[in-house]
Design a protein around this ligand. Structure first.
Ligand code: GLY
Ligand code: MN
Ligand code: MN
Length: 440
């Protein structure tokens, strides 16, 4: 067996163990996991791009084939119902022939409804996991998405298997290749649209396969947190200031989520990027098993407040700057989130396997992770510093606004903002930075 197959064998064993455990807890017999089906566009004869159920791709890297199912009970060899219709209009999935095939008993469906012939006799005690409740109902699967099952699986999904870590490493290696190509493209004068093409070519992945919509932002567009337009406009050298790219790659169903910011020329903004990069690495150095992610986020606000002081953007004590929400104006989003099968992976607020929810502190509503950091978890660390007009405006009119250096803010607005985002594995012996070790 190759080492890859060994990793996959351990991965399947872990999923089997988790399945046994939750089925026993809930008095269920099995899980019928539906890959999903395509969604038709209203009044059209085309479908939206297919996105597979994450609970399905947790078991195997089949991402592009709707109407497949997994029947798992945690004991028997998992059954894969693999959809291969007779269809001369569309590409039919190839016969499975990859490292994972030996881990499944594979049956073929030529029509979606044939799944009914494969469901067990005691299907009332099987849970349906998937996004099509009407299908579950038609099939007599009367327990769709039980909350206790989802909570359990989402909680434990935070602890990645070695196979998953290898997938995330590869997603970072590929992503870094794209980021380097994208930077060169920006430096050569390309438009956002052209930079994005360069990125996609370098990683060998199109928009529908990417784990999220690429953010490719020149100048002020870097201040729009989820900017996914792609301008065709080439910006003259004299008007080029900055470039922010937030783009990942999917590898076997696992996402990378990487951001870098580049300055077109030396100067104040370039220095600010360097300072943020130092702060980002310093906060990563603070990660330790047993610390709560929330605390790390708060620590980052301290670091940012000191930075805003030192570059003379804000003249206020650290505590006052944080307490009055001034740091939130410059850094309005969370420090990061879990990463894995989904970019914003499940389980970030769960305090135990029953799904006990701990919300983000009121002061930081956009934080996506409040969990204690433990070995095996993978998360992003992505501090930012932005000049966002709609957030700066109320600050300017407020009491705190008097302590802000508006001349400096105005000089920096054309640069949009900075975000630096790495993907991190926490091990018992320390932190592994998937993004930096891949060469970015
Ligand atoms: N790319 C989305 C995020 O960084 O969370
Ligand atoms: Mn990102
Ligand atoms: Mn992210």
């Amino acid at each position: 067996m190759s080492s890859y197959s060994q990793l996959f064998a351990q991965h399947i064993e872990t999923l089997q163990r988790r399945t046994r455990d939750i089925l026993q807890q809930q008095g269920l017999s099995g899980l019928a996991i539906h890959a999903g089906q395509t969604h038709r566009i209203f009044l059209d004869d085309q479908d939206y791009p297919f996105k597979v159920n994450p609970h399905f791709k947790a078991w195997l890297p089949v991402l592009d084939n709707p109407h497949c199912w997994l029947l798992v009970d945690g004991v028997s060899k998992p059954v894969l119902l693999f959809y291969r219709p007779v269809d001369f209009w569309h590409k039919v999935a190839d016969l499975p022939n990859a490292f994972w095939v030996d881990f499944f008993d594979i049956c073929f469906l030529t029509k979606p409804e044939q799944v009914a012939d494969h469901l067990p006799a005691d299907k009332q005690t099987w849970a349906y996991l998937g996004g099509h409740l009407e299908i579950a109902g038609l099939l007599g699967l009367t327990q769709p998405n039980p909350e206790a099952v989802l909570n359990y699986l989402h909680y434990h999904r935070a602890y990645k298997t070695d196979y998953e870590l290898e997938c995330l490493r590869e997603a970072n290696r590929l992503g870094v290749r794209g980021h380097i190509a994208a930077k060169e493209s920006f430096m050569a004068g390309a438009s956002e649209f052209e930079v994005n093409l360069t990125y996609m070519k370098a990683v060998g992945q199109g928009a529908n396969e990417a784990p999220y919509g690429n953010i490719v932002a020149i100048n002020r567009n870097a201040a729009i947190l989820h900017y996914t337009q792609l301008s065709h406009q080439r910006v003259a050298d004299i008007d080029r200031h900055s470039f922010l790219i937030d783009a990942g790659v999917d590898f076997h169903g696992y996402a990378s989520d990487i951001t870098r910011t580049w300055a077109w020329r030396r100067g104040e903004f370039a220095d600010l990027i360097t300072a943020m990069d130092e702060q980002q690495q310093a906060i990563i150095d603070e990660i330790k098993p047993g610390r709560r992610y929330t605390e790390l986020h708060q620590q980052m606000h301290h670091r940012l407040a000191r930075l805003l002081q030192s570059v003379e953007l804000v003249d206020m004590s650290v505590d006052e700057m944080i307490g009055t929400g001034v740091t939130n104006v410059f850094f309005p989003h969370g420090l990061g989130h879990f990463l894995g099968l989904q970019v914003h992976d499940a389980g970030g607020f769960m305090q135990d396997e029953r799904g006990t929810h701990l919300s983000a502190p009121e002061q930081f509503p956009y934080l996506r992770c409040t969990r204690v950091m433990e070995p095996g978890q993978v998360f992003t660390i992505e501090p930012g510093l932005y000049f966002i007009d709609s957030l700066l405006e109320p600050l300017q009119g407020s009491e705190q606004g008097k302590r802000v250096n508006w001349q400096k803010v105005d000089a920096l607005r054309p640069f949009g903002g900075i975000r630096i985002e790495d993907n991190i594995v926490l091990h018992s012996h320390g932190v592994e930075n998937l993004t930096r070790q891949a060469g970015l």
